[in-house]
Design a protein around this ligand. Structure first.
Ligand SMILES: Nc1ncnc2c1ncn2[C@@H]1O[C@H](COP(=O)(O)OP(=O)(O)OP(=O)(O)O)[C@@H](O)[C@H]1O
Ligand SMILES: [Mg+2]
Length: 157
């Protein structure tokens, strides 16, 4: 299927959380969301929103040091930050790829390093800092499931 892309702009971190929440409401176990963009662009804030959309009440914080935090909601959220890992083997050595087993939703910050080892069913969200409080988010996906998610999100926003 052809890749589709949708562009959003948020003017505050609260708006980024709100957009993440809407995406989170649409997600199923086995969906992978890859977040890319420079330090401080809003990847973790967006994940806070995804967690809210999944019915998670616990506060989501950056997993940079733990590599992965798991949260229980209507569905489990596995929130990874692989900034510190270099090679695909380093990631596979951690065993975190077991999170791709279909039970939970996986969000991976800096997850574009090794696309070859990631499931095809994934949505990419590329963040750009366009102002002190503004962020541009470009969401792309080519898997039919993610094309469906992007279309549903676009109806809702
Ligand atoms: N529109 C916006 N959306 C998201 N965050 C924003 C926005 N405007 C300002 N911010 C600020 O930008 C910062 C985003 O931090 P966040 O931890 O989400 O970044 P990150 O991409 O996860 O960084 P890292 O790569 O270090 O993990 C926060 O301090 C937040 O308040
Ligand atoms: Mg972060």
């Amino acid at each position: 299927m052809k890749e589709i892309g949708v562009r959003y702009r948020t003017e505050s971190s609260r708006k980024t959380v709100g957009l993440g929440r809407k995406l989170g409401q649409l997600l199923h176990g086995g969906d992978l969301i890859v977040l890319t963009g420079e330090l401080g662009c809003g990847k973790t804030w967006f994940t806070k929103g995804i967690a809210l959309g999944l019915g998670i009440t616990e506060v989501v914080t950056s997993p940079s040091f733990a590599l992965m935090n798991a949260y229980e909601g209507v569905k489990t959220l596995f929130h990874m930050d692989v900034y510190r890992l270099e090679a695909a083997e380093d990631f596979l050595d951690t065993g975190l790829d077991e999170c791709f087993d279909g039970e939970g939703v996986v969000v991976m910050e800096w997850g574009d390093k090794w696309p070859e080892i990631l499931p095809a069913r994934r949505l990419n969200v590329a963040f750009k800092i366009v102002g002190e409080q503004s962020r541009e988010l470009v969401m792309t996906g080519e898997h039919p499931r993610m094309v469906e998610v992007l279309a549903a999100l676009d109806q809702d926003v």
